[in-house]
Design a protein around this ligand. Structure first.
Ligand code: MG
Ligand code: MG
Length: 276
């Protein structure tokens, strides 16, 4: 990632939105087929086919040598899990699915954590709080605020108002012609610190939250990041554009949520009422 921040034009933002909406279409398809008994390889194949059928390219496949279209991270796996045929989901799992697509010269990026079947209430609450923290971060991503305000919004809500652990080692990012552009967007920080947020900034915001402690490690596959205490983790991501007077969420989770409502194998993740 170079240190240069590329502010986007209206036309570029429209193209990024198209890529993001395709990502969300792929995630919604995953949300319609995911169930206990299906494998990571199966959902990965379905997502790749959908992306390629729309004339796009999976952003992650081949990125730094990553072998798949989706990152599929189950339970204590935080992010960057490699989908495989041996990775068969079980009742009670929480499955984080991260997806990127490259279309018309621009990337889109979004992620959603799917609770399968009879998930423990404490893990459902982790999902709700993590998902809600994403929208608190988006609310803080306005012209005149700073990067630290975004991180603070997540960290304060997740660690102070609740007692979860915000992962420090992995962060959100600028996005556009490259999947990962400057700036880095940490999910922790201090109010009023860091770079100013300006019109045309497009970033992926992606809180990764551990039920237990915040520390993470990487599995021997060299990719899969897991919570060191092996307790569950959740991850939700939107790509957003900062406009002059408002913030636009370019990705859209409502098709995913609709798919989940029609799939009895997935428990809906409601937002916490204090933000609704
Ligand atoms: Mg992502
Ligand atoms: Mg991302």
């Amino acid at each position: 990632m170079s240190g240069m921040v590329f502010y986007k034009t209206d036309e570029e933002i429209e193209l990024i939105r198209e890529s993001c909406l395709l990502v969300c279409k792929a995630l919604a398809h995953v949300g319609s087929i995911i169930r206990p008994g299906i494998s990571g390889a199966e959902i990965d194949k379905a997502a790749e086919e959908l992306i390629r059928d729309h004339g796009a390219i999976p952003s992650f496949k081949g990125y730094g040598g990553f072998p798949a279209t989706l990152c599929v991270s189950v339970n204590e796996h935080v992010v960057h899990g490699i989908p495989s045929s041996g990775q068969v989901f079980r009742d009670g799992d929480v499955v984080s699915v991260d997806c990127g697509a490259y279309l018309n010269g621009f990337h889109g990026d979004s992620a959603y954590t799917f609770p399968l079947g009879d998930v423990d209430e404490e893990v459902m609450e982790l999902c709700r709080v993590t998902n809600t923290s994403l929208y608190k971060a988006i609310d803080a991503a306005i012209v005149g605020n700073r990067l630290g305000d975004i991180g603070y919004a997540v960290q304060h809500y997740v660690e102070r108002e609740h007692s979860y652990g915000v992962v420090r080692e992995l962060v959100g990012h600028g996005i556009g012609r490259e999947l990962h552009e400057a700036p880095e967007v940490p999910n922790y920080g201090k109010r009023g610190r860091g770079a100013l947020l300006k019109e045309g900034l497009v970033i992926a915001i992606e809180p990764m939250v551990n039920l237990g402690r915040k520390e993470v490690r990487t599995e021997s596959d060299g990719w899969t990041v897991y919570a060191k205490d092996r307790r569950p983790s959740a991850h939700y991501e939107h790509t957003i554009a900062i406009r002059k007077d408002y913030t636009e969420t370019l990705s859209d989770h409502s098709p995913i949520e609709q798919a989940i409502r029609n799939n009895t194998n997935v428990k809906p993740v409601e937002l916490k009422t204090e933000t609704v």
